[in-house]
Design a protein around this ligand. Structure first.
Ligand code: PGA
Length: 255
Protein backbone atom coordinates (compact mmCIF):
# COMPACT_ATOMS: atom_id res chain seq x y z
CA UNK A 1 0.00 0.00 0.00
CA UNK A 2 1.30 3.43 -0.98
CA UNK A 3 2.00 5.71 2.00
CA UNK A 4 -0.01 8.90 2.33
CA UNK A 5 2.39 11.78 2.06
CA UNK A 6 2.04 14.70 4.45
CA UNK A 7 4.29 17.64 3.64
CA UNK A 8 4.72 20.40 6.20
CA UNK A 9 5.55 23.67 4.47
CA UNK A 10 6.77 25.99 7.21
CA UNK A 11 7.16 28.87 4.74
CA UNK A 12 9.07 31.79 6.35
CA UNK A 13 8.14 30.83 9.90
CA UNK A 14 10.00 29.39 12.84
CA UNK A 15 13.07 29.98 14.94
CA UNK A 16 15.57 27.73 16.66
CA UNK A 17 13.55 27.39 19.87
CA UNK A 18 10.13 27.06 18.26
CA UNK A 19 11.46 24.55 15.71
CA UNK A 20 12.96 22.43 18.47
CA UNK A 21 9.64 22.23 20.29
CA UNK A 22 7.72 21.39 17.13
CA UNK A 23 10.23 18.75 16.09
CA UNK A 24 10.18 17.11 19.53
CA UNK A 25 6.40 16.87 19.28
CA UNK A 26 6.64 15.42 15.76
CA UNK A 27 9.12 12.80 16.90
CA UNK A 28 6.65 11.70 19.58
CA UNK A 29 3.66 11.19 17.35
CA UNK A 30 5.30 9.84 14.22
CA UNK A 31 5.75 6.15 13.87
CA UNK A 32 7.87 4.37 11.35
CA UNK A 33 5.12 1.75 10.94
CA UNK A 34 2.56 4.37 10.02
CA UNK A 35 1.02 4.44 6.59
CA UNK A 36 1.67 8.16 6.45
CA UNK A 37 5.01 9.68 5.65
CA UNK A 38 5.84 13.08 7.10
CA UNK A 39 8.12 15.50 5.27
CA UNK A 40 9.24 18.79 6.83
CA UNK A 41 10.18 21.73 4.61
CA UNK A 42 11.81 24.35 6.84
CA UNK A 43 13.40 27.60 5.69
CA UNK A 44 16.81 26.64 4.27
CA UNK A 45 18.68 28.12 7.21
CA UNK A 46 17.09 25.59 9.60
CA UNK A 47 17.75 22.55 7.45
CA UNK A 48 20.71 21.48 9.53
CA UNK A 49 18.71 21.80 12.74
CA UNK A 50 15.85 19.74 11.36
CA UNK A 51 18.23 17.11 10.02
CA UNK A 52 19.81 16.72 13.46
CA UNK A 53 16.41 16.15 15.08
CA UNK A 54 14.95 13.74 12.55
CA UNK A 55 17.96 11.51 12.01
CA UNK A 56 16.95 7.90 12.63
CA UNK A 57 13.22 8.74 12.62
CA UNK A 58 10.73 8.21 9.82
CA UNK A 59 10.47 11.95 9.17
CA UNK A 60 11.98 13.16 5.91
CA UNK A 61 13.47 16.48 4.94
CA UNK A 62 12.22 18.67 2.11
CA UNK A 63 13.08 22.12 0.78
CA UNK A 64 10.82 25.01 -0.11
CA UNK A 65 12.87 26.13 -3.08
CA UNK A 66 16.08 25.54 -5.02
CA UNK A 67 18.02 27.33 -7.72
CA UNK A 68 17.84 25.88 -11.23
CA UNK A 69 21.60 26.28 -11.85
CA UNK A 70 24.25 23.82 -10.86
CA UNK A 71 26.75 26.14 -9.18
CA UNK A 72 28.13 29.67 -9.46
CA UNK A 73 27.53 33.36 -8.92
CA UNK A 74 23.91 33.33 -7.77
CA UNK A 75 24.03 35.31 -4.53
CA UNK A 76 21.64 34.08 -1.89
CA UNK A 77 20.69 30.90 -3.73
CA UNK A 78 20.91 27.19 -2.88
CA UNK A 79 21.71 24.34 -5.28
CA UNK A 80 20.32 20.82 -5.58
CA UNK A 81 23.68 19.41 -4.57
CA UNK A 82 23.61 21.45 -1.36
CA UNK A 83 20.16 20.09 -0.52
CA UNK A 84 21.56 16.61 -1.10
CA UNK A 85 24.24 17.29 1.53
CA UNK A 86 21.45 17.47 4.11
CA UNK A 87 19.77 14.27 2.90
CA UNK A 88 16.93 16.38 1.61
CA UNK A 89 14.60 14.16 -0.45
CA UNK A 90 11.89 16.50 -1.68
CA UNK A 91 11.66 20.05 -2.95
CA UNK A 92 8.61 22.21 -3.62
CA UNK A 93 8.52 23.88 -7.02
CA UNK A 94 6.10 26.37 -8.51
CA UNK A 95 4.35 27.19 -5.26
CA UNK A 96 1.80 29.91 -6.02
CA UNK A 97 3.56 32.30 -3.62
CA UNK A 98 6.79 31.88 -5.58
CA UNK A 99 5.00 32.25 -8.91
CA UNK A 100 3.21 35.42 -7.75
CA UNK A 101 5.76 37.10 -5.46
CA UNK A 102 9.01 36.05 -7.13
CA UNK A 103 7.84 35.91 -10.74
CA UNK A 104 8.76 32.25 -11.09
CA UNK A 105 8.12 31.26 -14.70
CA UNK A 106 7.21 27.87 -16.13
CA UNK A 107 10.66 27.72 -17.73
CA UNK A 108 12.40 28.25 -14.42
CA UNK A 109 10.07 25.76 -12.68
CA UNK A 110 10.77 23.20 -15.40
CA UNK A 111 14.53 23.75 -15.12
CA UNK A 112 14.36 23.22 -11.37
CA UNK A 113 12.50 19.96 -11.95
CA UNK A 114 15.12 18.77 -14.43
CA UNK A 115 17.92 19.63 -12.00
CA UNK A 116 16.17 18.01 -9.01
CA UNK A 117 15.39 14.78 -10.82
CA UNK A 118 18.96 14.56 -12.12
CA UNK A 119 20.16 15.02 -8.53
CA UNK A 120 17.90 12.25 -7.21
CA UNK A 121 15.42 14.50 -5.37
CA UNK A 122 11.67 14.41 -5.83
CA UNK A 123 10.08 17.66 -7.04
CA UNK A 124 6.65 18.52 -5.65
CA UNK A 125 5.04 20.63 -8.35
CA UNK A 126 2.33 23.00 -7.11
CA UNK A 127 -0.49 23.93 -9.45
CA UNK A 128 -3.84 25.59 -8.91
CA UNK A 129 -6.30 28.18 -10.12
CA UNK A 130 -7.12 31.61 -8.68
CA UNK A 131 -10.59 32.67 -7.62
CA UNK A 132 -11.43 34.53 -10.82
CA UNK A 133 -10.50 31.49 -12.91
CA UNK A 134 -12.68 29.25 -10.73
CA UNK A 135 -15.61 31.65 -10.98
CA UNK A 136 -15.27 31.73 -14.75
CA UNK A 137 -15.37 27.92 -14.83
CA UNK A 138 -11.84 27.64 -16.21
CA UNK A 139 -10.30 25.36 -13.58
CA UNK A 140 -9.76 22.25 -15.73
CA UNK A 141 -8.30 24.31 -18.52
CA UNK A 142 -5.95 26.22 -16.20
CA UNK A 143 -4.75 23.04 -14.50
CA UNK A 144 -4.08 21.10 -17.66
CA UNK A 145 -2.28 24.08 -19.22
CA UNK A 146 -0.05 24.35 -16.14
CA UNK A 147 0.86 20.67 -16.47
CA UNK A 148 1.38 20.86 -20.22
CA UNK A 149 3.69 23.90 -19.93
CA UNK A 150 6.05 21.94 -17.70
CA UNK A 151 5.82 18.63 -19.55
CA UNK A 152 6.64 20.39 -22.83
CA UNK A 153 10.02 21.36 -21.37
CA UNK A 154 10.99 18.44 -19.12
CA UNK A 155 9.44 15.60 -21.13
CA UNK A 156 7.27 12.76 -19.84
CA UNK A 157 10.12 10.57 -18.66
CA UNK A 158 11.35 13.20 -16.23
CA UNK A 159 7.83 14.24 -15.24
CA UNK A 160 7.17 10.70 -14.07
CA UNK A 161 9.31 11.46 -10.97
CA UNK A 162 7.19 14.48 -10.02
CA UNK A 163 4.62 14.60 -7.22
CA UNK A 164 1.76 16.99 -7.90
CA UNK A 165 0.24 19.26 -5.27
CA UNK A 166 -3.11 20.71 -6.27
CA UNK A 167 -3.49 23.95 -4.35
CA UNK A 168 -6.34 26.25 -5.33
CA UNK A 169 -4.81 29.70 -4.75
CA UNK A 170 -8.01 31.02 -3.16
CA UNK A 171 -7.74 28.31 -0.50
CA UNK A 172 -4.13 28.95 0.54
CA UNK A 173 -3.86 30.57 3.95
CA UNK A 174 -7.44 31.85 3.73
CA UNK A 175 -9.25 29.31 5.88
CA UNK A 176 -11.34 28.40 2.80
CA UNK A 177 -10.78 24.81 1.72
CA UNK A 178 -12.00 23.36 -1.53
CA UNK A 179 -14.96 21.12 -0.77
CA UNK A 180 -14.22 17.43 -0.80
CA UNK A 181 -16.12 17.22 -4.10
CA UNK A 182 -14.22 20.12 -5.69
CA UNK A 183 -10.86 18.69 -4.62
CA UNK A 184 -11.61 15.14 -5.75
CA UNK A 185 -12.93 16.40 -9.09
CA UNK A 186 -9.72 18.25 -9.92
CA UNK A 187 -7.47 15.47 -8.62
CA UNK A 188 -9.30 13.15 -11.00
CA UNK A 189 -8.79 15.60 -13.88
CA UNK A 190 -5.05 15.66 -13.15
CA UNK A 191 -4.76 11.88 -12.90
CA UNK A 192 -6.74 11.33 -16.07
CA UNK A 193 -4.79 13.94 -17.98
CA UNK A 194 -1.49 12.28 -17.14
CA UNK A 195 -2.76 8.72 -17.53
CA UNK A 196 -4.07 9.65 -20.98
CA UNK A 197 -0.53 10.63 -21.90
CA UNK A 198 0.91 7.36 -20.59
CA UNK A 199 -1.15 5.10 -18.38
CA UNK A 200 1.68 2.82 -17.35
CA UNK A 201 4.08 5.64 -16.57
CA UNK A 202 1.66 7.43 -14.25
CA UNK A 203 0.22 4.39 -12.49
CA UNK A 204 1.90 5.31 -9.19
CA UNK A 205 1.29 9.06 -9.47
CA UNK A 206 0.84 10.91 -6.16
CA UNK A 207 -1.43 13.94 -6.05
CA UNK A 208 -1.49 15.94 -2.83
CA UNK A 209 -4.11 18.48 -1.85
CA UNK A 210 -3.14 21.81 -0.29
CA UNK A 211 -5.01 24.91 0.83
CA UNK A 212 -6.14 25.43 4.44
CA UNK A 213 -5.93 21.75 5.31
CA UNK A 214 -6.51 21.30 9.03
CA UNK A 215 -7.55 18.70 11.60
CA UNK A 216 -11.24 19.32 10.83
CA UNK A 217 -11.22 18.78 7.08
CA UNK A 218 -8.32 16.35 6.58
CA UNK A 219 -10.17 13.12 7.31
CA UNK A 220 -12.86 13.65 4.68
CA UNK A 221 -10.38 14.86 2.07
CA UNK A 222 -8.00 11.94 2.50
CA UNK A 223 -10.80 9.42 2.01
CA UNK A 224 -11.13 10.57 -1.61
CA UNK A 225 -9.79 8.06 -4.06
CA UNK A 226 -7.54 10.52 -5.90
CA UNK A 227 -6.15 12.39 -2.88
CA UNK A 228 -2.83 10.82 -1.89
CA UNK A 229 -1.75 13.22 0.85
CA UNK A 230 -1.45 16.87 1.80
CA UNK A 231 0.74 19.92 1.48
CA UNK A 232 0.10 21.85 4.67
CA UNK A 233 1.12 25.39 5.58
CA UNK A 234 -0.46 27.01 8.64
CA UNK A 235 -1.65 23.84 10.38
CA UNK A 236 1.79 22.25 10.06
CA UNK A 237 3.16 24.81 12.52
CA UNK A 238 0.79 23.60 15.24
CA UNK A 239 1.90 20.30 16.74
CA UNK A 240 -1.62 19.27 17.81
CA UNK A 241 -3.17 19.96 14.42
CA UNK A 242 -0.40 18.16 12.56
CA UNK A 243 -0.61 15.21 14.94
CA UNK A 244 -4.32 14.88 14.44
CA UNK A 245 -3.93 15.01 10.63
CA UNK A 246 -1.07 12.50 10.71
CA UNK A 247 -2.85 10.09 13.03
CA UNK A 248 -6.24 10.51 11.35
CA UNK A 249 -7.60 8.67 8.36
CA UNK A 250 -4.29 9.25 6.62
CA UNK A 251 -2.81 6.53 8.79
CA UNK A 252 -5.73 4.08 8.75
CA UNK A 253 -4.48 0.48 8.76
CA UNK A 254 -1.25 1.75 10.21
CA UNK A 255 -1.19 -0.43 13.26
P1 PGA B 1 -2.06 26.66 4.04
O1 PGA B 1 -0.85 26.68 3.01
O2 PGA B 1 -2.21 25.25 4.55
O3 PGA B 1 -1.65 27.61 5.12
O4 PGA B 1 -3.27 27.12 3.30
C1 PGA B 1 -0.69 25.62 2.08
C2 PGA B 1 0.47 25.92 1.16
O5 PGA B 1 0.65 27.07 0.79
O6 PGA B 1 1.23 25.01 0.80
Amino acid sequence: MKKKLIIANWKMNGGVVANGKLLMAMLKFTNTLSHSELVVCPPHIYMHQVKEYIVGSGIKLGAQNVNENEVGAYTGEISVEMLGDFYCRYCLVGHSERRALFNESNTSIANKILRLVAGGLTPVLCIGENLAQRERGEVKDVITKQLAAIIDIVGLKCFKSVIIAYEPIWAIGTGKTASVKQAQEIHRVIRQYLCNLDKKMFKGLSILYGGSVNENNANELIKQIDIDGFLIGGASLKADSLKSIYLGEASVNAY
